[in-house]
Write a protein that binds this ligand. Structure first.
Ligand SMILES: Cc1cc2nc3c(=O)[nH]c(=O)nc-3n(C[C@H](O)[C@H](O)[C@H](O)COP(=O)(O)OP(=O)(O)OC[C@H]3O[C@@H](n4cnc5c(N)ncnc54)[C@H](O)[C@@H]3O)c2cc1C
Length: 374
């Protein structure tokens, strides 16, 4: 039987970041994906925003990984010439209640180590963003955007430089434990392949719960229930009326950040994502959502031309938060919790998973004992 040091299940941005990190220490790291290429699911269906780390509860993994990951991602992009832009974002208030929310946000962000937010009054906003309507805003200068595909390509290059390998069209079917090692059964386009590995990392995104259930020896009590929550995007054709990213105050239920306006590196403005819990994997964007989008966007962009909004794409969040329940943190679960040495399962890696990817990778390497956690 062929032997590798580590198998990473899932070649999204997080799985690739983990494989790249492990490949710095292990000579034979394999990352597999059931699809024809890497990053075809949530990693290529998001806003491509490098988040600052503003909203997440103090001491949560989301706060810790987002702030550390943001710094690491900017450095990685610079070192490897990955297209990105530290463009900045405005969180806009419409009334006194929302201004009060922004005030508390300054403190919340500072508790996470994000102490660069500044208050922008209505007069300065008119100069900064003449098409924006708001009573006040917070400017987050460390928020940015990144070309996720280039970032994933760069991670893959690092894996291959370190003797690791990515194999597409290969689905993890079962993992068994045998004499301290794992034996993984893979389905490579209908052909069964068995591999032995010292480490297994389940970074299967929307399928992490399903994959975990195929790992023999992992007790069901440690496998959380996952919920899928779709977010739709509409592009705004023509020249963008905004210079930076525009966010309303987030949804009170903690499910999403509210329908916001983001720019990509080509200057294309898009609005979204909204939130809709779903039962089956379906990415279509119904044009009927336009009315709901116009209503939400009108609050901060009253001159919106509804005809310019075109259904674009959707992405699905792998959430640990059930509909109607409070927000949940990321879950990076190692042997200290589930007792299976050499195994790490990642659950609920929704936003800010892209921003957090390098920090998550470091934590996984530490949990496996491949790196020290100084
Ligand atoms: C609408 C939306 C907007 C977002 N915006 C942002 C943002 O602006 N900034 C930010 O930081 N984050 C954002 N995120 C979050 C970010 O996109 C995700 O956290 C990140 O892409 C997750 O990457 P991943 O590698 O964990 O998962 P994925 O990209 O889903 O990759 C998992 C991979 O596992 C593979 N797989 C599954 N099962 C198997 C199996 N049995 N065998 C082999 N392969 C398997 C899948 O094919 C898939 O490619 C957003 C998410 C959504 C949904």
């Amino acid at each position: 039987m062929e032997q590798v040091d580590a198998i990473v299940i899932g070649a999204g941005v997080v799985g690739l970041a983990i494989a790249a990190r492990l490949s710095r220490h292990l000579s034979n790291v394999l990352v597999i994906d059931k699809n024809a290429s890497f990053g075809e699911e949530t990693s290529s269906r998001n806003s491509e925003v490098i988040h600052a780390g503003i909203y997440y509860p103090k001491n949560s993994l989301k706060a810790e990984f987002c702030v550390a990951g943001k710094q690491a991602l900017y450095e990685y992009c610079q070192q490897r010439h990955i297209p990105h832009n530290n463009i900045g974002k405005l969180i806009v208030a419409q009334n006194a209640d929302e201004e009060a929310y922004l005030q508390t946000t300054i403190e919340k962000a500072a508790a996470n180590g994000v102490d660069d937010l500044s208050w922008v009054c209505a007069k300065d906003l008119r100069t900064m963003e003449p098409n924006l309507s708001a009573s006040a805003a917070l400017l987050s200068p460390s928020t940015g955007i990144v070309d996720v595909h280039s970032y994933m390509q760069s991670l893959l290059a690092e894996i291959e430089q370190n003797n690791g390998q990515f194999v597409a069209r290969t689905e993890m079917e079962r993992v068994e434990c045998s004499d301290g090692d794992f034996v993984a059964t893979l389905n490579c386009e209908g052909e069964e392949l068995k591999l032995s590995s010292k480490y297994v990392i389940n970074s299967a995104g929307l399928y992490c719960e399903q994959v975990a259930k195929r790992i023999d020896g992992l007790s069901e009590q440690f496998i959380p229930t996952l919920y899928w929550c779709r977010g739709h995007y509409f592009t705004y054709t023509g020249k963008s009326p905004f210079q930076q990213l525009i966010y309303p105050v987030p949804e009170a239920n903690g499910v999403g950040l509210g329908i916001h306006g983001t720019l990509d590196l080509g200057g294309q403005l898009k609005f979204g994502p909204d939130t809709q819990y779903i039962d089956s994997l379906e990415y279509a964007v119904s044009p009927e959502l336009r009315g709901k989008f116009v209503q939400a966007i009108k609050r901060y962009f009253p001159d919106i031309d509804a005809e310019k909004l075109q259904p674009a794409y959707s992405g699905i969040r792998p959430k640990l938060q059930a509909p109607g329940a409070p927000a949940e943190d990321f879950c990076v679960q190692g042997a200290a919790v589930h007792g299976v040495q050499g195994l790490v399962n990642l659950y609920g890696i929704e936003s800010p998973g892209l921003t957090s990817s390098l920090a998550i990778a470091q934590r996984v390497a530490q949990q496996l004992g491949v790196e020290s956690s100084e």
